[in-house]
Write a protein that binds this ligand. Sequence first.
Ligand SMILES: NC(=O)c1ccc[n+]([C@@H]2O[C@H](COP(=O)([O-])OP(=O)(O)OC[C@H]3O[C@@H](n4cnc5c(N)ncnc54)[C@H](OP(=O)(O)O)[C@@H]3O)[C@@H](O)[C@H]2O)c1
Length: 305
Amino acid sequence: MKALVTGATGMVGRRVVERLQKDGWQIAAWVRSEKKARAVLGGGVELVPVEEGARGLRGGCIGCDAVINLAGEPLFAQRWTDRRRSRLLESRVFLTREVVNALEGMERRPQVFVSASAVGYYGDRGEEELIETSGVGDDFLAHLCSEWEKAAIDAESLDIRVVPLRFGIVLSPTGGFLAKLLPQFKAGVGGTFGSGRQYMSWIHIDDLVEIIAMSLVDTRYRGPINAVAPAPVTNKEFAKTFGAVLSRPSIVAVPSMALKIAVGEGSEALLASQRVLPSRLVSLGFRYQYPEMSKALSNVISALE
Ligand SMILES: NC(=O)c1ccc[n+]([C@@H]2O[C@H](COP(=O)([O-])OP(=O)(O)OC[C@H]3O[C@@H](n4cnc5c(N)ncnc54)[C@H](OP(=O)(O)O)[C@@H]3O)[C@@H](O)[C@H]2O)c1
């Protein structure tokens, strides 16, 4: 079995590659820097440099049973200027189209295309319980996710099973959201964002990797799937649990305005409320290793410290 992975050097990609290699998959990775990718992924991965364009991409897909699309410019690394928004879109929507276009030109195509999306698809929805059939939101991130998913779903017309996975915030010991917050919480100055009443939907990296692995082999996985734990929490509950796991207070509140000054309009996403439920995963009988926040946080924080 062989899979082509985009975004293989990222936080999620690395873990997916590692897991699939253990399961006996051969991996080709579509990469921007061969040097970085070799250092991160080791010698056992075939590297397909992006400079080789569509022809190279098609070459990398030859013999593949699956494509896993995880690439995208980091959402919160810089302020969301117009230029930055274009980069965020291009690195997801255009890149996904490029992959689907490459697949179109192939004689023997992969059977499945698993493509990342995010719970940002739903926008800011307060306490509403959101399942896969709930409508799309109306902010920038919702628009981005919707276009990203549409670009992926185009591969259905090529007889490829498409699984857009709407990731919640990924809890991982190798970076991302928690690693950024840990120093503040450890120093006892961590706390809520804005009112703290907004819901956060999250997933432990081990469960996410398992969802991706299942999507490759179980043909019942098709169409958008919320890749989230079954128990979304309010930001206040999250801060309280984080503080409790670290045995530190978590009484500080970062006002919305301060957050906006610090991260620009990206703060909208940190303050947006998404109470997302894994309706499809539950009906597929997916078994979580980390269904609850406290267990997931304890595991990740013990590995981070
Ligand atoms: N982590 C989360 O909490 C979370 C939540 C929801 C959705 N997601 C989405 O899930 C995907 C994977 O997440 P992650 O945490 O693994 O992200 P990550 O650690 O930031 O990795 C992103 C990957 O995309 C590649 N990339 C970035 N910009 C690119 C471009 N312009 N062209 C080609 N490749 C590019 C990076 O390659 P280089 O190594 O060359 O930089 C890297 O391999 C991302 O699209 C992310 O938006 C993540």
